[in-house]
Design a protein around this ligand. Sequence first.
Ligand SMILES: [Zn+2]
Length: 266
Amino acid sequence: MEDGPISDRPAGAALGSRSNLVSASMSRLLDALTPPLCPITNERVSAPGIIAAHAWAKLRFIDDPVCARCGAPFSHEVGKGVECAGCIADPPEFDSARAAVIYDDASHGLIVSFKHADRTDLTPLLAQWLARAGSGLVTPGALLIPAPLHPARLFARRYNQAALLSRAVAALTGARFEPMALTRLRPTPPQKNLSPEARRRNVAGAFAVRADKAALVAGAHIVLVDDVLTTGATLSSCARALKKAGAARVDALVLARVVRGGTALA
Ligand SMILES: [Zn+2]
């Protein structure tokens, strides 16, 4: 029974229209107080979730030719299936990786906003970039799995940006999405400022497949999703855990990747 005021209209309808009005008014008020800003240039834009027109020119989208394994862009045309020197010398655990953009000042600002400043309104735009970059990897049968955060970090940040992206890419591509398959067994200090070898040690054995998701992972084509690929240590550690659990293939899809001297080193 309703305890609210008696009305000649259904209570839900009355509350719904009033709450819609309140919500629209609040939204206009919030827009006026905090106008939507471009995450790259910080200038005002017409709506949340978009970037300013000239910010596009600051981003460096990655296109072929790239290393067949890690997706590092090559500076000149090479044959199909060619791998970079880093992958030949020290192959990553994942089968291949692709990134949407080069990690630089522009994409750094975008990713920091997305990760740390509650700019989840950027998810649809970034998911489109990922779907484009991963068009050769993300098949309808693939299982998208986000790189996991440790629960303490998830609690502090309130959302896992990789899980938001995975879900949105799955919706765009028809791939499957499983946010809970991988778990981070221990908190790891941020990889920033660590040498490649220290990064590898930092995340070695840090991930495992949850026992209740093992059957889902066994024999599956997995596409790991993360925001940035620097040395590939985190994604390699995740891939190792997934393959140990019987994954048939593990690829990686990231928003941005570090490139050194025009060609990335894995
Ligand atoms: Zn490579």
